[in-house]
Write a protein that binds this ligand. Sequence first.
Ligand code: V47
Ligand code: SF4
Length: 400
Amino acid sequence: MKFENSLNVILNDHQLSSELRDIALKVVNDERVTNEEAILLFDQGSLSFVGSLANYIRERKHGNKTYFNRNFHIEPTNICLYTCTFCSYSRLIKKREEGWEYTHEEIMDIVRKYDGVPVTEVHIVGGVLPQYDVKFYTGLFKSIKAHRPELHVKALTPVEYHYIFKKDKISYEDGMKLMMDSGLDSMPGGGAEIFDPEIRDQIAGGKCSGEQWLRIHEIWHELGMRSNATMLYGHIEAYRHRVDHLDKLRQLQDKTGGFQTFIPLKFRNENNQLSHLTESSVVEDLKNYAISRIYLDNFDHIKSYWPMIGRDMAQLSLAFGVDDIDGTIDDTTKIYSMAGSEEQNPALSTEELVKMIKRVGRTPIERGTLYNVVRDYTDVVFESDNEYKGYLSLPVLHDY
Ligand code: V47
Ligand code: SF4
């Protein structure tokens, strides 16, 4: 098979150190790599080496399948009490009038704008402000479910939950149960940043700690519910901090099995207090996807978030361990102009996304939030497909 050929090339490379060869053999034998080995991969593994291993695992788990879903995002506010140095939201707290603070009804107006649009998920996350409390969010989740019961509500992170439960003096356990009973279906992966306390304190001081983030996910999983996990990388952290972060996620996943997807988030340096930092290179980003795939053996999915990294990079990531490229919505002009924000919102139609995936030799699968298959696009032909005649005969990335 194709991927075995590329692994054979690696294993027969006489230049390869014995440590790296041992890691490759572990991957072939489906064994877990250690933290030291993961750091070695970051330090010494070439892009082609880690990429081949990650692609081997990706194809062993999913073959060519590449998942996406149809969702829309709502950010209740872009103003935040916290002062995370990597985030542009915190800058607006001193000039609140420049931001937005949607009311319950304004959020419901956005939800209603998607009536009749075949989206399966709403992803709600934004800044932290006092008026967005337990009562506000439980009321909101109930209203969304009353309006559109089958719409999956993926909302808020432990950053918000920690803040609102503390304010209302309720335990994490009672709070998460209340959220579940109000209609929350799953938790997105945000707010994780980097768990290491020293680094976290420097970039995200004041908000929930790494332990609290992990504890809230654990409680949520114990309720039988699912969530995602992220890692913000490429700022002031070292490789050992990334590996420590992955280690904590892998340990919790061993315990609960409740994580679905890991999403590495590349630090972007515009409009925030860390603008002086240079962003990580493409090679660094691909290596990070690959090593995440190699290390997180108990996570089913690795997702690249295409609105943030761009279409080309999303395509490339599919050869470096990634099997999911997040969401799309159709008829974006209409939807976004109705929502009042027009062009600045990244959006890609299902047709474009499907073609983007097929062009790199993968099989597009539309999924629900919990990875139920909504539609397999293998044999779906679009009217405009003749524009793309021949692309499937191009060599695909994973043949190299
Ligand atoms: O927690 C903030 C990150 C996250 C920057 O679970 C930044 O399906 C890069 O978690 N550069 C929120 N990243 C987004 C998020 C997410 C996105 C897509 C899908 C899912 C999912 C989750 O965005 C924050 C923070 O880590 N972030 N500022 C920045 N300057
Ligand atoms: Fe930004 Fe979230 Fe930090 Fe608030 S808590 S400043 S929204 S990253």
